[in-house]
Design a protein around this ligand. Structure first.
Ligand SMILES: Nc1ncnc2c1ncn2[C@@H]1O[C@H](COP(=O)(O)OP(=O)(O)O)[C@@H](O)[C@H]1O
Ligand SMILES: [Mg+2]
Length: 185
């Protein structure tokens, strides 16, 4: 059983810890108050979906582990070229590094790319999108670390995964909502 000590991020539903044995992986633990087992939904979805290609990627999934905080889902640790954890679009805006205009441009690029891949999303808020500085030359990649797949495992989700136009329709409605809620100003 792994002992988790280093918290590197936290959202509404999960705590994210550094893998104690290797710094290229992180472990996501459900918060007790979460109503949906997000880890279970993601693991179900990623076992069936094709990884998106293009402007946005998602972290590689490395399965489940037992930890002192309950079952954890292991993912690739998204890091910049120097080794520090990549920051989210929200963090970059808060730190004055990214302008609102560029935030919106990054979001539009991310959605367009996921739409083309018919890769299901439900929550592309800016703290779920990390900007990875991939190389010394300044190359950057957007990585969606959360908010992909269906919101819950349901027949409708399975149909969307099998019928790309239906996935795209869903992505359009998610985009409209996210735009109004997170990228409006
Ligand atoms: N694979 C990852 N690599 C680096 N940081 C991550 C990774 N996944 C999540 N994070 C960080 O942890 C935060 C919370 O993770 P997230 O999966 O969004 O939790 P929640 O499901 O509770 O919203 C993210 O906003 C991000 O800053
Ligand atoms: Mg999140």
């Amino acid at each position: 059983m792994l002992e988790l000590t280093t918290l590197i991020g936290s959202g509404r539903e999960r705590d994210v810890f550094l893998h104690p044995g290797r710094d290229d992986r992180i472990i996501k633990i459900m918060k007790p108050e979460a109503t949906v087992d997000r880890n279970a939904v993601e693991s179900w979805f990623l076992a069936r979906a094709k990884r998106p290609r293009g402007a946005v990627t998602i972290p590689a999934l490395h399965g489940w582990v037992e930890t002192d905080r309950g079952p954890g889902l292991v993912y690739q640790h998204i890091r910049d070229e120097g080794g520090t954890t990549s920051r989210s679009l929200t963090q970059l805006v808060n730190e004055g590094i990214l302008e609102e205009k560029l935030l919106k441009a990054a979001f539009e690029m991310a959605i367009a790319s996921l739409r083309e891949n018919a890769f299901l999303i439900y929550d592309p808020r800016p703290d779920n999108i990390l900007m990875m500085k991939a190389d010394r030359a300044g190359g950057r990649r957007l990585v969606l670390v959360d908010g992909f797949g269906p919101n819950v495992v349901a027949p409708r989700a399975m149909v969307r995964m099998l019928v790309p136009p239906l996935a795209r329709r869903k992505i359009d409605s998610v985009r409209a909502r996210a735009h109004a809620e997170w990228y409006a100003s």
